[in-house]
Design a protein around this ligand. Structure first.
Ligand SMILES: [Fe+2]
Length: 193
C-alpha cells in the first residue's frame, strides 16, 4: 500500500521529467532506483498540502503520500523563523537518503506556503527547479528575477545564491540536484566562505 503510493509518486514525477526538455538536459533519470521503507516523519505543512486542491497528477500523488512521507526541513527556527517551519517541508524522492535509493542523482519535492520568503541561500550542487503547482518569485544572483508557474523551470549553478518568495499562494516544486556537493545541504547566506 505505502510502496504503491510512492511508486505512483515516482511515476508522476517521471512524467513531469519526461515532458520537460530542461529537466532531461539537466540530468539522466537514474536506472537503479530501489524502494526504501523510510520512517514516517511529519511536518506541520502536511496538513496544508493535503488541503490544497490542484489537478496536476504529481500534486495529487504528493498529497496521497503526504501522511507517509519522510519529510525534512534542513533549516532551524533561528535561520528561518517559527512561521516558516509551520508551512514548509520537502521529501527526498530519490537519492542517497531518498524514498528510492540511488547514488546516481538526487530529486526532491519541495513545498512552501502562501506568503513565505525563502531567504537567500546557496549550495555547491547544481540545481534545477520545476514548478509543479502554484507559483513563486525566483531570484538568483546575476540573473533576472521571474514569477514562475506550473511547468516552468529555473536552474542554479554551483554556489549561485538564490531566494524564493511565494506571492500569490503556495508552491510545489520538483527539484533535481547534480554534480559536486550533491551529498550536501543548502546553507543560508550569499557568501561562499
Ligand atoms: Fe537551492
Amino acid at each position: 500500500m505505502k510502496q504503491n503510493l510512492f511508486l505512483h509518486l515516482l511515476n508522476a514525477a517521471k512524467d513531469v521529467y519526461s515532458s520537460s526538455q530542461a529537466l532531461k538536459e539537466f540530468a539522466p533519470w537514474p536506472t537503479d532506483l530501489s524502494y526504501e521503507d523510510k520512517p514516517v516523519v511529519l511536518v506541520p505543512a502536511v496538513r496544508q498540502i493535503k488541503h490544497w486542491s490542484n489537478a496536476h497528477p504529481l500534486h495529487k500523488a504528493a498529497q496521497q503520500v503526504a501522511d507517509f512521507g519522510n519529510w525534512k526541513q534542513s533549516y532551524t527556527e533561528n535561520e528561518v523563523g517559527f512561521g516558516f517551519l509551520q508551512d514548509y517541508g520537502y521529501l527526498e524522492l530519490y537519492g542517497p537518503d531518498g524514498h528510492f535509493k540511488t547514488n546516481a542523482g538526487r530529486a526532491y519535492l519541495g513545498y512552501w506556503g502562501r506568503g513565505l520568503y525563502y531567504p537567500w541561500h546557496r549550495h555547491e550542487a547544481e540545481e534545477i527547479y520545476a514548478v509543479v503547482s502554484g507559483s513563486g518569485y525566483f531570484e538568483s544572483q546575476g540573473q533576472e528575477a521571474a514569477l514562475l508557474g506550473s511547468g516552468e523551470t529555473r536552474m542554479h549553478s554551483s554556489n549561485q545564491p538564490h531566494a524564493l518568495t511565494m506571492t500569490d499562494g503556495p508552491i510545489l516544486t520538483f527539484v533535481l540536484w547534480r554534480g559536486k556537493g550533491v551529498e550536501g545541504l543548502p546553507l543560508m547566506g550569499t557568501d561562499s566562505s
